[in-house]
Design a binder for this molecule. Sequence first.
Ligand code: C2E
Ligand code: CA
Ligand code: CA
Length: 315
Amino acid sequence: FLVEGEELRVSATAGVAVFPVDAQNAEALMANAEAALNSAKSQNVPLLFYGPEMNAQAAESLRMENRLKRALENDELALWYQPKIDVRTGKLTGFEALMRWMDPQAGMISPAKFIPIMEQTGLILDAGNWALSQVARDCTTWRDAAKTALRIAVNVSPLQLRAKEFVANVIDAADSIEKTGGLLDLEITESVIMENVDAGSPKLQTVRGLGTHIYIDDFGTGYSSLAYIARLPIYALKIDRSFVVGMTQSEDARGIVNSVVSLAHALKLRVVAEGVETEVQADLLRKMACDEFQGYLFGKPVPATDVPAIMRKFS
Ligand code: C2E
Ligand code: CA
Ligand code: CA
């Protein structure tokens, strides 16, 4: 449609349920058409016919959403901590906080399983704030073991970054973490930073002003504008694990890692390699002048109670 000289594009998405195979009355027919519509929207296709598995899926996500809500209320979430190591000195530079769900029935559930559902349902806002506040509580338990302030990086979801309260929440968290002898850092995925440059940049400037280091997570998997990277208050790039894994297999991956390190250094940023599992990988990264290591070779994520032991190991 042409409206006052502006071209407006309209698109439609449809879900179809057919009488009498899909349902025997109008109400159930409409409900099943809606289930098909929701599936079409989530798969980003214009049209889908109803199938019984759609209701099963919807019921499963709803069950999961309710269990996650309960998990938040019942304090079933925990933060585990993975060390980051300085390549040159071999000393600890800090930890990354990684969320775990201790489900009373299923045991420990990985964030790869529940974070996407939290993102879809908006629960990640509460969970993300819980994580920001949990760091200070964990810090108090190991403050006697820490000789200097420990840097703890928390992962930030796109919804959190967009929220109005984001900066206020980070200021609160940074404040209580400092009182318990720690320092707050943030990790934000590359694609999320780049999609929110205009709105996000002033927020990140404020956060950086608190002394919080900002890491671009999963670097290399999205599309970064170099002009933006230079302008944003970023402390370090984290090279995605896929490139570290690929490094020993292909010259291309090695070339990419090498270029990211050079790029980061040219922009006066540090580079962290994630997912370092072997000495061969570590050697290659050392030769490329990478600044920090993170990965199973140096330590897997551990519960808060094990943090003092890791501090001693790398002191
Ligand atoms: P991420 O931020 O890229 O975190 C790194 C993931 O790689 C972690 O998985 C970590 O345990 C794993 N990892 C570290 N070193 C190695 C290694 O040497 N080998 C292998 N195979 N894996 C390694 P995890 O803990 O399962 O977390 C998965 C993702 O879930 C994270 O990826 C992050 O995107 C998300 N996540 C975790 N905690 C939070 C959180 O509190 N908030 C938000 N928004 N996302 C979170
Ligand atoms: Ca991360
Ligand atoms: Ca990653």
